[in-house]
Ligand binder design. Structure first.
Ligand SMILES: O=C(CO)COP(=O)(O)O
Length: 257
């Protein structure tokens, strides 16, 4: 049995109405006890953060989906700085999501800067990495992951690695219904952990939670979570549905390993 908690993240992306978010909060609040080894985090849109912070049961943490690359509030129209986020009682950030890399011009260096800002402010981070289909086909999966990982690892202040979760999300599996097979996901997670070992040492690398994202559902989470280097999930579409409860529940399989 590993001592690590299983991270189950729900990335709501740019979805939700006041009504649907209210319903989702009620569904999660009435979901019964979660496995004791599950760490559940949901990331609503910026507009719905307040509803989630006020409305969700206290064993569900709330995350932002992004934050600004400067630490202090000020003249940054349209942005959220880490001091405002923390003031709201929010301690988690998803950073470097592939959609932000692809559509908002976030380079590996910008992601590194944001990781540093969040960690220096005491927050926990789900730092996302992952290759495109063309990278995988060209056998470049780990080259891309390393390029994205390097600035993230370099950004971690001393002693803060336990607040970093690496979310491996192959872009070809996001929102497509095509999940990486448990074997494919395990293979890359294992390679990511091996690379982390070369950077931060064996013990620290073993402690890092590496979670998988890309078309995770109630129907496939059981097989994925059994894999040795899969320490949880970052869920998109299915996190907006009642089946998110089933994905949380599968954490218990890890406590038996
Ligand atoms: O991008 C994701 C989570 O951050 C995954 O999204 P889907 O679960 O909808 O494929």
């Amino acid at each position: 049995m590993t001592g690590k908690k299983v991270v189950i993240g729900g990335n709501w992306k740019c979805n939700g109405t006041k009504e649907s978010v209210k319903e989702l909060i009620e569904t999660l609040n009435s979901a019964g006890d979660f496995p004791s080894n599950a760490e559940v985090v949901v990331a609503p849109t910026a507009l719905h953060l307040g509803m989630a912070v006020d409305g969700l049961r206290k064993d569900i943490s709330v995350s932002v989906q992004n934050l600004w690359k400067e630490p202090k509030a000020g003249a940054w129209t349209g942005e959220l700085t880490v001091d405002l986020i923390k003031d709201f009682g929010i301690n988690w950030a998803i950073l470097g999501h592939s959609e932000r890399r692809a559509y908002c011009g976030e380079t590996p260096e910008i992601v590194g800067t944001k990781v540093k800002i969040a960690l220096e402010a005491g927050m926990k981070v789900m730092a996302c990495i992952g290759e495109q289909l063309s990278d995988r086909e060209a056998d470049k999966t780990m080259d891309v992951c390393k390029e994205q990982l390097d600035p993230i690892i370099a950004a971690v202040p001393s002693g803060a690695m336990d607040r970093v979760v690496i979310a491996y999300e192959p872009v070809w599996a996001i929102g497509t219904g095509v999940t990486a097979t448990p074997e494919q996901a395990q293979e890359t997670h294992e390679q990511i952990r091996a690379y982390l070992k070369t950077k931060i040492g064996e013990e620290a690398a073993q402690g890092v939670r590496i979670i998988y994202g890309g078309s995770v559902k109630g129907a496939n989470c059981q097989e994925l979570i059994k894999k040795a280097d899969i320490d949880g999930f970052l869920v998109g579409g299915a996190s907006l549905k009642p089946e998110f409860k089933d994905i949380i529940a599968c954490s218990s399989a890890k406590s038996k390993m």
